[in-house]
Design a protein around this ligand. Structure first.
Ligand SMILES: Nc1nc2c(ncn2[C@@H]2O[C@H](COP(=O)(O)OP(=O)(O)OP(=O)(O)O)[C@@H](O)[C@H]2O)c(=O)[nH]1
Length: 316
């Protein structure tokens, strides 16, 4: 048997799972990308350690940090919100550390307090407060926010509060490696859980949907935050193509809630949708390693967030 605490860098090697939580727009996805340093790549290796979607893996000589997904912690206003919260609670109980993201440029609000109180219910888990978007404030404001966040931790969690409070800017790279240091230090001693170079094990269709969602939201995030669902209907090889020149047909539906949102996605004369299509297509071709024909349809599914049947169809 191999020594289970020895990794490439010797006995100090650590590996485990972390999740980033925080209210919508807190900067979780941007920080994940900055930590991982790349977008997604496919992997076939799947250790049986987690049932959750892996967003990315930070590989370092002293450890490995596996960032699992949480769809965001929301106040349960809608049915979708409740389902998300159940999922979040389950994820929180299974990770080794939690990173709680709070933007430096916004006052701590009821949404943050709600999440802090939820975190207080997770037993004996290191919770690191990450003050994001540090580039948007000056030093004095940043200090003030760090103090306020520290106070929130003491108030909500009791005792010393958060395990750490750290500022970061994912945008200009300030302190990104410090955040990785702090989280890796909270991981158990363990050999690497994934081979190097493998970033996520999301099924291809989920990653295809994510690339399209990202392209579709680019520049219009404020207008369409949680009202866009992307469903990959099929990914099939085009018939009659030779083996050395394959083409995949990728058919995708984008669901929005209102005709006005459909108009935003499509743009004047379809110009925006064409742009979304070509941006997403480049990403998908790189991901799948083959040329694709991308067929995008935008549909209105009224109030889909509140309809259990629709939720099932959309994969929630
Ligand atoms: N200036 C600045 N902007 C940032 C930084 N990190 C994130 N942002 C911006 O903040 C917005 C929200 O960032 P996301 O990473 O999408 O936030 P999120 O927490 O994943 O959001 P949800 O998916 O809604 O939960 C985006 O417009 C980002 O470009 C940062 O370090 N500096």
């Amino acid at each position: 048997m191999a020594d289970t605490t020895t990794g490439p860098a010797g006995p100090e090697y650590r590996a485990g799972f972390a999740v980033l939580v925080g209210r919508p727009n807190a900067g979780k996805s941007t920080l994940t990308n900055a930590l991982v340093g790349q977008k997604v790549a496919i992997t076939s290796a799947k250790p049986q350690t987690t049932r959750h979607t892996i967003r990315g893996i930070v590989h370092r000589s002293d450890g490995q940090l596996i960032l699992v997904d949480t769809p965001g912690l929301h106040r349960p206003r809608t049915l979708l919100g409740q389902r998300l919260n159940d999922l979040v609670a389950e994820t929180l109980s299974e990770v080794d550390a939690i990173g709680f993201c709070l933007p430096a440029n916004e006052r701590i609000g009821p949404g943050d307090r709600f999440i802090a109180n939820q975190l207080a219910g997770v037993p004996r888990k290191p919770i690191v407060a990450i003050v994001t978007k540090a580039d948007l404030v000056d030093r004095a404001q940043l200090t003030e926010q760090l103090v306020a966040v520290d106070a929130l931790g003491r108030e909500a969690l009791g005792g010393d509060g958060f395990a750490d409070v750290v500022p970061v800017s994912a945008q200009d790279g300030f302190q990104v490696s410090t955040v990785a240091d702090i989280l890796i230090n909270r991981m158990p001693a363990s050999p690497p859980l994934y081979p190097d170079g493998e970033l996520t094990d999301e099924p291809e269709a989920v990653m295809v949907a994510e690339l399209i969602r990202e392209a579709a939201l680019e520049g219009v995030r404020d207008e369409l935050p949680h009202s866009l669902a992307v469903v990959v209907e099929e990914i099939v090889p085009r018939e009659g193509r030779s083996e050395d020149n394959p083409l995949l047909d990728v058919r995708v539906n984008l669901f929005v809630e209102r005709p006005s949102q459909k108009a935003i996605i499509i743009g004047k004369g379809g110009s925006r949708l064409r742009e979304v299509g070509s941006t997403a297509r480049r990403g998908i071709e790189a991901l799948l390693g083959t040329r694709i024909y991308l067929d995008l349809h935008v549909k209105v599914a009224k109030d889909w967030q509140r309809d259990p049947k629709q939720l099932g169809r959309l994969g929630f």
